[in-house]
Design a protein around this ligand. Structure first.
Ligand code: PEP
Ligand code: CO
Length: 462
């Protein structure tokens, strides 16, 4: 796509925005579609298809994120690194939902505050890559950029960017959303029946006892309230669930960006909460330009190379009115760098007095390769980064308002360590991710328990 226009305006000048204005800016991480007519026809079809979420839902999430900024809620955002079309299945979707519900139960119970639940699903199909091409045995093909762009197999056929995949991604996202909504509306998340979300293999888990004690305590509390009031406690059978994905493939996001009858402005209706990664967070770049004009709450991932100055510029461009709930920064520094890199950023934003929600992604700064060739993450580093994040925010006078995790409800062996102490040889048993390693059910629950312990310690220091 022709997106390299060097005739940029200064970001400090007020500028017109449209759902297409990103096209005049340098757009990194975009696939090169070989057939322009095929590409345009897929976009025309997408523009006619119904949206995946509504503006009311988007605005209610923004309000919940505003509450999280004030410490009244805690954000739990999690799901696969990348969804795949093949794994759009009943088990994968419901197991992932179960883990997120269990984690949120642990957090609500332990932190005594409501949790904002946001899935990294129903649209998490586009991946940034460090190189445009991949070379194996002298053969070079376009890199795999997620199922919305091309296929993972190393063949010319699979790696050809196919615009029809955007239509399929929209359909798979809709199926995922539909199933999640139906489960939740049907009482799947009912606090009277937490056994609905038990996962078969949990029975053998070293964490099972602690989890079951918590569930029993909540059950007692619910029954006590109901006995006291003589009626069923309502609102315990439903929860809000929101979706998020990386807003990477801008033509797709643009096609789903719409105006709606009863709310002003433009909404990206492909998801409630799009984020952009470090690789696309250039202040004059296409992705920042796109995010700038939509009314959704938005997030930017920030890594060790971000400076306070860059961060303040992002705040100016992405949230010039200092709107509550609008802007989230997801820091992903790595356990070994967070102590050096995060505090100057926290200080800069605090001194500036601007509203942001701070969220810790303890996954992406802690990726490493094992001797036997697996991309993995050590549980101890993930846990260590979360713990340090709580301490560093407390020391800086800012607030850690949530976590962003890559996890799955499947019994995979992709991250090392945890209660079952997975080792390098265990990785071979059930390594299924074709991108980043995810926490399995048990490791995810363990992180939730750790957050509770840490947060309790911070709010009641000895
Ligand atoms: C991701 O969230 O999967 C990702 C690629 O993250 P980051 O942009 O933080 O590297
Ligand atoms: Co990832």
């Amino acid at each position: 796509m022709a997106t390299n226009d060097t005739n940029l305006q200064a970001v400090t000048l007020p500028r017109e925005w449209s759902a297409q204005s990103w096209r005049a800016r340098p757009a990194t991480q975009m696939p090169q579609y070989p057939d322009a007519a095929e590409f345009e026809s897929a976009l025309a079809e997408l523009r006619r298809l119904p949206p995946l979420v509504t503006s009311w839902e988007i605005l209610s999430l923004k309000q919940q994120l505003a509450d999280a900024q004030e410490g009244k809620r805690f954000l739990l955002q999690g799901g696969d690194c990348a969804e795949s079309f093949d794994e759009c299945s009943s088990d994968v979707i419901s197991n992932r939902l179960k883990v997120l519900l269990q984690m949120s139960l642990v957090l609500v119970h332990g932190m005594r505050k409501p949790v904002v639940r946001v899935g990294r699903f129903a649209g998490q199909y586009a991946k940034p890559r460090s190189a445009d091409m991949e070379t194996i045995d002298g053969v070079s093909l376009p890199s795999y950029r997620g199922d919305i762009v091309n296929g993972p197999a190393f063949t010319a056929e699979a790696r050809r960017p196919d615009p029809r995949r955007m239509i399929k991604a929209h359909a798979r996202s809709a199926m995922t959303m539909n199933f999640v909504r139906a489960l939740i509306d049907g009482g799947f998340a009912d606090l009277h029946h937490p056994e609905y979300w038990d996962l078969g293999w949990v029975g053998h888990s070293p964490l099972a006892d602690e989890y079951r004690r918590m569930v029993a305590a909540i059950g007692d509390a619910v029954r006590f309230m109901e006995t006291l009031s003589g009626a069923e406690v309502h609102n315990l059978n439903r929860v809000d669930f929101y979706t998020s994905h990386e807003g990477l493939l801008l033509p797709y996001e643009e096609a789903l960006t719409r105006q709606v009858p009863r709310n002003w402005g433009w909404f990206d209706l492909s998801t409630h909460f799009p984020w952009i990664g470090m690789r696309t967070a250039q202040i004059d770049g296409a992705h920042v330009e796109f995010l700038r004009g939509i009314r959704n709450p938005i997030a930017v991932k920030i890594g060790p190379s971000v400076t306070p100055d860059m961060l303040l510029k992002l705040v100016d461009v992405l949230n010039p009115e200092d709107e509550a709930g609008r802007l989230t920064f997801i820091h992903r520094m790595g356990a070994s760098q967070i102590a050096a890199k995060l505090p100057p950023l926290l200080d800069a934003i605090r001194r500036d007095g601007r509203r942001v929600l701070w969220v810790c992604d303890p996954m992406h700064g802690n990726t490493e390769s094992t001797a036997n060739g697996y991309k993995t993450r050590r549980f101890a580093n993930i846990a260590g980064e979360v713990e340090q994040a709580f301490d560093l925010h407390a020391a800086a006078g800012t607030r850690l308002g949530g976590v962003h995790l890559e996890l799955t409800g499947e019994d995979v062996t992709e991250c090392l360590g945890g209660a079952r102490e997975l080792t390098e040889t265990d990785l071979e048993r059930a390594y299924r991710s074709c991108v980043d390693p995810r926490l399995n059910y048990e490791q995810a629950l363990e992180i939730a328990m750790l957050i509770v312990r840490k947060q309790t310690q911070i709010s009641a220091p000895l």
